[in-house]
Design a protein around this ligand. Sequence first.
Ligand code: NDP
Length: 261
Amino acid sequence: MSVSADVAARSLAGQVVAVTGGSRGIGRAIAIDLARQGAFVGINFRQNETEAMAALTQVRAAGGDGKLFQADVSRPEQIEAWFKDLYKETGHIDVLINNAGITRDAPLLTMTAKDWHAVLDTNLNSAFYCSKAIVRRMCSAKRGLIVMIGSGSAFSPRVSQVNYSTSKSALIGFTRSLARELAPHGVRVNTVAPGFTATEMSASLSQSVVTESLAKIPLNRWGQPEEIAAFVSYLASPDAYYLTGQTLVVDGGRYAFEQQY
Ligand code: NDP
């Protein structure tokens, strides 16, 4: 890994970040923003190599560098292969962003076990596999950060999302418990929980869901991926070194507003 003089002056210079699902949407915005701070970014994707290449190009345009790796994060052996590759390339991984996620919405009565397991495996079990594969080395280094990308769905679930809402709610418990376990070793664990954010995931929602969502958001708009990424960069910055076990809700005020009832 070569680091230019310009990159060396930035706040995450010399740090290595692994982003699951970094090829599109929020994950891509996170990869770019962290690269802008000087990090080397390991970008994982599942199948869309064209989008992954575009993400890497943008990471380089932001003045950083990175490496792509195709792996299904619901498969522990594929995660281990990714980390092995990234450790070989860089020697260390300082920050893990558990971002990859999917939806498979359906009312409980018609939700298949396959769709239940697909969402839990991708959104929740992946966080267990990735964290488990990385914490020993983070603890030995006496530093590290793990960030979960949760969702406002943990607090204000839409109908037909018991799988998704369950996965995102569980990530909050996972965060709090792991943060407590790893704090004595200098490793922090936090969740960033976005509200509606303009990505491919949310692009397929019906106009009625969009209209209904805006009525519940005090700032009266959806978030942009870059606005979520900014909070992840904050968590990775020295300004947040005293923050662990927390869930930061970034949703235009929706959850705060709903709590009034
Ligand atoms: P997108 O659908 O736009 O992107 C999903 C990303 O995850 C892609 O890079 C995709 O890779 C990757 N991915 C999906 N499944 C796997 C897998 N099994 N293994 C590896 N990578 C995988 O989603 P968003 O950017 O919108 O969502 C990112 C995160 O933010 C998710 O956890 C989501 O739940 C959360 N979130 C999103 C909100 C929104 O409104 N958009 C709101 C709240 C939370 P590939 O391109 O190869 O398919």
